[in-house]
Design a protein around this ligand. Structure first.
Ligand SMILES: *Cc1c(COP(=O)(O)O)cnc(C)c1O
Length: 413
C-alpha cells in the first residue's frame, strides 16, 4: 500500500508554506536579509562550505547579502579591497588592536587620539601584557624615536580629537614604512573625520603611499542620523584582512541587518551631506574668529590653525582648491571668562544640543576639560575653555543667531 503524506497541520503550514514570491523584484533599496541560521541545500554543501569565502553564506555572524553589500560599498568609499563591519567605531579600533597585538608588544598612539583608543590600551591591552606609549603626532621625529623592535602597531588619526591639530599624515606613514631599518611597522588610521571623502587613506600622495588599515565610525557621516552605531575596518592586503577577519569571527563582532539597512539608506547622500556640514562649519568657524569672547578657533581649514598646511596638502586639489573637511571644530573661550559663564553659554544654546558624537542633522556642543584629557597642555592651543561644535544641517544663519544670543546671555556680548 502506497504511503501518503498527511496534510500538514496548520502550525507546520505557517512555517513551511509552498508559496514563493515571483523573482525579478527591483527597487532602489537592496532587500534586508536577517539571519542567524542560514540553510544549506544538502549535507555535502554544508561540509564543503568555508565561512571565510564571501562567495557564499554559512551563518549570520559571518555575513549575509545585506552585510556583504554594505562592506563592498564602504570598501569602495575608502579605496580599499576588503571591509569588515563591527558594532561601533570603538569596536573597529578593538578589532584591529586585538588582532595585531600580542603580549610583549607595544602600540604607539597619538597623544591627541580619540580618548577610548587610549582607554583600551590602558585597560585590557595593559592587562594582557601589551604596553603602549603616546607620541606627538605633530612631530614625525618623535614617532620615529619611539619605534622599537617591540612596536607592533602605530595608530594614526587626523585631525586630533577635540583639539583638531592636523598632523602630516604622509610623513607619519613614511616613518612607519622606514622603521626598524626598513622592515617597517604596521599603521592603522582612524579615518572617521575624513570619511573616505576628504582624502584617500590608501593613496595619500597620488603614488600609492597607504596606511595598512583604515577604520571608520559609520556612526558618524555614513549613518548621518545620530541613530545607529557601527564601524568598519578596511584593508587592501589579503593576508592582513584574513588576520582581522579571524579575530572578528572569534570575538563575535557581528552587526544587525536593520542597522546596515539604515546606513545603506543614508550612504547615497553622504558626500552631499559631508560638503553641506563642511560649508556650514566653515561659515560658523569664521564668524567665531571675529568674536571677542573667542581667543582661538581650532579648525584645520583656517589659516593659522595648527597643522593647516598639512590639511591643505592632503585635502585640497587642483579640481577642488577649497578642499574638504568634516563639520567639526572647537573654540577656546578666553581664560578670563569663568567656567560658569562657559556652562551658561552651552546651556543657553537653543538649536545646538548638548551631546556626544557628530555627523547627524542636529548641531551639537560639548564643553571639554582639556587639562584632564592630555598628558600636557598642547603647545598649539591657547589657555582658556575649550568648547567643541559639531555642525548639523540647520541653516547656518540660524546657527549664528543661536551662538550670538547664547554668548550674549552668558555675559559675552
Ligand atoms: C565616534 C568616534 C569613534 C567611535 O565611534 P563609536 O561608533 O561611537 O564607537 C572613533 N573614532 C573617532 C575619531 C570618533 O569620532
Amino acid at each position: 500500500m502506497a504511503t501518503t503524506h498527511p496534510t500538514p497541520h496548520p502550525s507546520t503550514h505557517l512555517i513551511h508554506h509552498p508559496y514563493q514570491p515571483p523573482s525579478g523584484f527591483g527597487a532602489p533599496m537592496p532587500p534586508v536579509h536577517k539571519a542567524s541560521t542560514v540553510f544549506f541545500a544538502n549535507v555535502a554543501a554544508m561540509r564543503a562550505r568555508d565561512w571565510r569565502n564571501k562567495a557564499g553564506y554559512t551563518y549570520g555572524l559571518h555575513g549575509t547579502p545585506t552585510t556583504f553589500t554594505l562592506e563592498a560599498r564602504m570598501a569602495s568609499v575608502e579605496g580599499a579591497r576588503h571591509c569588515l563591519l563591527v558594532p561601533s567605531g570603538l569596536a573597529a579600533i578593538a578589532n584591529v588592536s586585538l588582532a595585531l597585538l600580542k603580549a610583549g608588544d607595544e602600540v604607539l598612539i597619538p597623544s591627541n587620539a580619540y580618548g577610548p583608543n587610549k582607554a583600551l590600551a590602558d585597560g585590557e591591552l595593559a592587562q594582557w601584557g601589551i604596553s603602549h606609549a603616546l607620541y606627538d603626532p605633530m612631530n614625525p621625529a618623535d614617532l620615529a624615536a619611539r619605534i622599537t623592535p617591540r612596536t607592533a602597531l602605530v595608530w594614526l588619526e587626523v585631525p586630533g580629537s577635540v583639539t583638531m591639530e592636523f598632523a602630516d599624515l604622509p610623513a607619519l606613514v613614511r616613518v612607519c614604512r622606514a622603521a626598524n631599518d626598513g622592515a617597517g611597522v604596521r599603521c592603522a588610521l582612524d579615518n572617521t573625520w575624513g570619511a573616505g571623502l576628504a582624502f584617500a587613506p590608501f593613496d595619500l600622495d597620488g603614488a600609492g603611499l597607504a596606511v595598512d588599515v583604515s577604520i571608520h565610525a559609520l556612526t558618524k557621516y555614513p549613518s548621518g542620523g545620530g541613530d545607529v552605531l557601527m564601524g568598519s575596518v578596511c584593508t587592501v592586503d589579503d593576508a592582513l584582512h584574513e588576520r582581522l577577519l579571524l579575530a572578528h569571527m572569534r570575538l563575535g563582532l557581528g552587526v544587525a541587518a536593520n542597522d546596515c539597512e539604515t546606513i545603506l539608506r543614508s550612504l547615497p547622500s553622504m558626500a552631499l551631506r559631508y560638503d553641506a556640514h563642511d560649508a556650514a562649519a566653515r561659515h560658523l568657524a569664521l564668524w567665531l574668529t571675529q568674536h571677542r569672547a573667542v581667543s582661538q578657533v581650532l579648525h584645520p581649514v583656517l589659516a593659522g590653525a595648527p597643522g593647516h598646511a598639512h590639511w591643505q596638502a592632503l585635502c585640497t586639489s587642483a579640481q577642488r582648491p577649497q578642499g574638504r573637511a568634516a563639520g567639526l571644530f572647537s573654540v577656546m573661550l578666553h581664560a578670563r571668562l569663568s567656567r560658569d559663564q562657559v556652562d551658561a553659554f552651552c546651556d543657553g544654546l537653543q538649536l545646538f544640543k548638548l551631546g556626544y558624537s557628530w555627523g547627524g542633522p542636529i548641531s551639537l556642543v560639548v564643553p571639554y576639560e582639556l587639562a584632564t584629557m592630555r598628558p600636557t597642555w598642547p603647545q598649539s592651543v591657547q589657555p582658556g575653555h575649550l568648547v567643541r561644535f559639531s555642525i548639523g544641517l540647520e541653516d547656518p544663519a540660524d546657527l549664528v543667531a543661536d551662538l550670538q544670543q547664547a554668548l550674549a546671555a552668558a555675559g559675552m556680548p
